[in-house]
Design a binder for this molecule. Structure first.
Ligand code: FAD
Length: 412
């Protein structure tokens, strides 16, 4: 017999995990599938924005979140010609949490899923990969999955594909995203951190046609080297010494440690793309997060948007899902409301990512001059305020409107 649940979510990233928690918290039966054995991957967005902190507050999780080892970063800066220019300063926002918290994403996802497990309707299946949709009577009726015990079907009232920018469910169901922006290659590597290093939080360093980003992970720096698409080939051609020399020049406090990059094999390139679906649903199936709209790393919008999609989805669908659990038909027409609510925020965020790429990143990579964009933030106070608001809160902040059905069965 096929396993059954009310909602089957493919993907335990920020979108899938937060949606799983919200639904289970309201008494909806939910299964979250995650193909990896844990959440421990290096190259995930680690930025928890003021709007996401507000959501954690609404869920009663903000104190536990702050108990995780984290860093609070009030400003985002660009260092150009040795001078730092703040392009965003969250202290200018009238919000309860005027900072971005840096937490390894695996800690964030562990917190969310641990909280979700308090609710009896929540199941997280690790090492379980969604393979494709099951269709029945003209609607999606579940997923084919492969777990440690082999292949099987999980039947559900609703399938949510939150399986990221390379979504296999999207491909299997016949949905094709439109490419919105040119791609960027981001090459990741690590360098050890010393107590005497500057307290950078997050800082991007630009010069000589290169961009290096440094994220403080307490014992090491998670470094990124941004290049245009195909940039890794150039790095391989130019060789290790050139890479180390560029790094030492742009990030001088790491000059004594560049030898820690002992081989080009230590560099992990990742392609970032901006795309989106024109339709996010069909009967029985919904796409959210990067599966619906892949985000590039620029401005760290992706995690925040994925969480906001999850909150909007729970707000719109929970009642109908609870009724469906009691035997009523699920109202598939509600699915269109999720894209309708989120599409403007997505389009504006992606537009800003493209503009930043065009007027900041591309000009910086071109190397022929200095990108003018950072200087605008130095001269125009309102530009910095706007950027703080847009990065910190997004274009359409969502709030948790769903009730909690406590594990004991009462609704406080
Ligand atoms: C190089 C790079 C750096 C980035 N840095 C940042 C940043 O600093 N800050 C920021 O906010 N955003 C950043 N982003 C964007 C951000 O990572 C995404 O927008 C965000 O993670 C989207 O969340 P999600 O839950 O939709 O998808 P994902 O985070 O991609 O999560 C999808 C999950 O589904 C799982 N999965 C995939 N396929 C299957 C399957 N078939 N079955 C089961 N599970 C599956 C994956 O293992 C993963 O856990 C970055 C993106 C890139 C490419």
């Amino acid at each position: 017999m096929a396993e059954t649940t009310t909602v089957c979510i493919a993907g335990g990233g920020p979108a899938g995990a937060v949606l799983g928690l919200l639904l289970a918290r309201s008494g909806v039966d939910v299964v979250v599938l995650e193909k990896h054995a844990d959440f421990h991957r290096d190259f995930r967005g680690d930025t928890v924005h003021p709007a996401t902190l507000q959501i954690l507050d609404e869920l009663g999780l903000v104190d536990r979140f702050h108990e995780l080892p984290h860093q609070k970063v009030s400003t985002i800066g660009v260092v150009q010609d040795g001078k730092r220019i703040n392009i965003a300063d969250f202290r200018r926002l009238k919000v309860r949490y005027p900072y971005m918290a840096f937490v390894p994403q695996w800690d964030f996802l562990d917190l969310i899923t641990a909280e979700a497990k308090r609710y009896p309707g929540f199941r997280l299946l690790m090492k379980t990969e969604a393979l494709g949709v099951v269709r029945e009577n003209g609607r999606v009726a579940g997923l084919r999955v492969r777990g440690p015990e082999g292949e099987r079907e999980i039947r559900s009232t609703l399938v949510v594909a939150a399986d990221g920018r390379h979504s296999v469910i999207r491909a299997d169901a016949g949905f094709t995203p439109t490419l919105i922006g040119r791609s960027l290659d981001v090459i990741f590597f690590r360098i050890s951190r010393r107590d005497t290093d500057p307290d950078e939080g997050i800082c991007v360093r630009i010069g000589n046609g290169k961009i290096f980003g440094a994220t403080d992970r307490r014992t090491y720096w998670q470094m990124s080297y941004e290049t245009s698409t195909g940039g890794m080939d150039k790095v391989l051609r130019e060789g290790l010494d050139k890479f180390r020399a560029d790094l030492a020049e742009l990030v001088p406090f790491l000059a004594d440690r560049v030898h820690e990059v002992s081989s080009l094999d230590q560099l992990s390139p990742l392609e970032a793309r901006i795309d989106r679906l024109e339709r996010w649903h069909e009967p029985g199936l919904l796409f959210i997060g990067d599966a619906a709209h892949a985000m590039s790393p620029v401005a760290g919008f992706g995690v925040n948007l994925a969480v906001q999609d999850a909150v909007a989805t729970a707000n719109i669908l929970t009642e109908s899902l609870l009724r469906a659990q009691d035997g009523a038909p699920f109202d598939d027409s509600l699915l269109a409301r999720i894209r309708k609510r989120r599409k403007r925020a997505v389009a504006l965020s992606q537009g800003l990512q493209r503009a930043t790429q065009k007027f900041g990143i591309d000009e910086a990579l071109d190397g022929s001059g200095q990108p003018p964009a950072p200087k605008i933030f130095e001269k125009l106070g309102v530009a910095q305020w706007l950027m703080s608001r847009v990065i910190g809160l997004g274009f359409r902040p969502e709030h948790v409107r769903t009730p909690e059905k406590t594990p004991e069965g009462t609704t406080p």
